[in-house]
Design a protein around this ligand. Structure first.
Ligand SMILES: [Fe+2]
Length: 267
């Protein structure tokens, strides 16, 4: 088995610069550090990142660019995230294998090699904690907004299959919030009802009840506006199957969204 570790992570823009993170999000900084340690322990060749900010139509995209290099200024808030350099190796071979595995299952997955493609901060914020030295290959994956949660779950199953069968040591990370009904005010919590849904979903993962987590995801996503409509979570659950134990590492709010961090280790 070479899917060595999986992660669920957040990416609030206020986390970009570690020395500027507000007090109410320090639990996430601590979780990022724990995730970084777990990544170091498994010595991965490649990190695959599902980004809930890489929202695409029609196809599930796989960024198989051999080197990801550029500067990110975020469209959503160009004052907070401006001109941030990134430079990471990619993995063209594995990227194309992932897309082919999607196609084999009848899923429209498309790999691309495009050196001018600029990452979103859903990729870059966690990566700055996970791989601060830029020394692990990265493949980023989109969330396809034309796909149902069921199709996205099957795509996740194909991703998990390829990574388990690969001779490369892989970490799969999913970047996105749970409840995501955004409100103005960075310290705002989700509503009580949204927080209750977050808590229940987290409880299912902690207890290893992945089938129950998957069962509630459609209604949870609709009721609490889960980021990417829940697709980054559906793909992660598909990839995990029932072979992983979850460790809950922390949670913090950001502008009304709920942001848990998890690591998942093979049983
Ligand atoms: Fe986001």
């Amino acid at each position: 088995m070479s899917l060595e570790l999986a992660l669920l992570s957040s990416h609030a823009p206020s986390l970009l610069h570690e020395d500027q993170v507000p007090d109410f999000q320090q639990s996430i900084v601590k979780a990022f550090h724990q995730q970084r340690e777990k990544i170091k322990q498994v010595k991965p060749d490649v990190l695959i990142m599902i980004s809930s900010h890489f929202l695409t139509n029609w196809n599930h995209y796989v960024d198989a660019t051999p080197r990801h290099e550029g500067y990110l200024t975020a469209r959503e808030h160009p004052d907070m995230i401006a001109n941030i350099p990134f430079n990471y190796p990619g993995d063209e071979e594995l990227g194309y294998q992932l897309a082919q595995a999607g196609k084999d299952a009848g899923i429209p997955a498309v790999a691309f090699k495009e050196p001018t493609y600029i990452w979103d901060y859903g990729v870059l914020v966690p990566l700055r904690y996970f791989v601060p030295d830029g020394d692990i290959a990265v493949i980023d994956l989109s969330c396809n907004m034309s796909a149902s949660l069921e199709e996205t779950y099957r795509w996740g199953q194909q991703i998990g299959k390829v990574l388990r069968e690969s001779n490369k040591r892989a970490v799969l990370a999913s970047s996105g919030a749970l409840s995501h009904h955004l409100t103005r005010g960075r310290a705002n919590m989700p509503s009580l009802a949204e927080k209750a849904l977050d808590d229940k979903f987290i409880e299912f993962l902690v207890e290893g009840k992945y089938d129950s987590a998957w069962d509630i995801l459609p209604q949870f996503s609709a009721a609490a506006d889960v980021e990417s409509g829940g697709r980054h979570v559906a793909a992660l659950l598909g990839a995990l199957g029932n072979d992983f134990n979850a460790s809950y590492l922390g949670y913090a709010q950001s502008s009304g969204s709920g942001n848990p961090h998890f690591s998942f280790q093979p049983k």
